[in-house]
Design a binder for this molecule. Structure first.
Ligand SMILES: CC(C)(COP(=O)(O)OP(=O)(O)OC[C@H]1O[C@@H](n2cnc3c(N)ncnc32)[C@H](O)[C@@H]1OP(=O)(O)O)[C@@H](O)C(=O)NCCC(=O)NCCS
Length: 199
């Protein structure tokens, strides 16, 4: 019985590996000609944003910039970044020790993140998050930025926790959970190789 279970697990790993090999994914800024029509991450709002609003938000009103993971022009995943601020009072005192007493602190907002159902759990979400960190850490050398924040779906809270995000504020009965990560922590963890994103 044990042998069967092991074989099953190995086959699953092998299939996962082959699928990864077939993908030739490139992560880049959304362009008009990117094919988003077949995208389905299982969440209507996230699908709809990519198909109907992402391009306008980026090109017309600049409220968010979207980065897409494309395989031969087909979008398999995306994230959207915006900027914002967070009320200092929402943070634990130890998180703001040594910071100036500003009422609002500057943040980057991971406004959307989604991976197509066809390739979920094959590492693409992690690659997109790593890419988002690269963008945000580069920006933080040019403008003031302290945290990357996300309003996480309840089903994604544990996923974000894997990469060092912590919950802030009350745990909502329903809806999204505020989470954040300190950019200074990310930099240190990536340099030390201690964040799963470094692997
Ligand atoms: C959440 C999401 C972006 C993760 O992307 P993904 O490509 O499926 O995840 P990855 O394969 O990169 O995940 C890396 C690891 O986390 C695990 N994982 C995946 N989804 C998870 C979840 N919801 N909770 C906990 N762990 C999860 C994977 O199994 C993988 O584990 P491993 O490294 O041990 O193999 C994706 O599942 C998704 O788009 N979900 C629907 C939309 C959504 O919830 N977006 C977030 C909105 S805030």
């Amino acid at each position: 019985m044990k042998e069967h279970i092991k074989l099953f697990v190995d086959l699953k790993q092998a299939r996962k590996f082959r699928e990864k090999q077939k993908l030739e994914v490139q992560i880049k800024r959304l362009e008009r000609e990117d094919d988003v029509q077949a995208f389905d991450c299982g969440d209507h709002e996230l699908n709809d944003y990519l198909k109907r609003h992402a391009w306008a938000s980026q090109q017309q009103n600049s409220v968010g910039v979207t980065y897409v993971a494309v395989d031969h022009g087909v979008v398999l995943g995306y994230y959207t970044l915006a900027s914002g601020s967070i009320l200092r009072d929402l943070l634990n005192p130890d998180m703001v020790t040594g910071l100036p007493r500003y009422r609002n602190l500057p943040v980057a907002l991971l406004a959307r993140l989604a991976v197509d159902l066809r390739v979920q759990t094959s590492g693409l979400g992690k690659s997109l998050l790593r890419d988002a960190f690269t963008v945000v850490l580069n920006l933080s050398r040019q403008i003031g930025l302290l945290y990357l924040i996300v309003d996480a779906y309840p089903t994604a809270v544990e996923w974000f926790r894997r990469f060092g995000f912590i919950t802030i504020g009350e745990k909502p009965a329903a809806g999204t959970q505020h989470m954040l990560i300190d950019l200074r922590t990310v930099t240190a963890a990536l340099i030390a190789g201690s964040n799963p994103l470094s692997r």
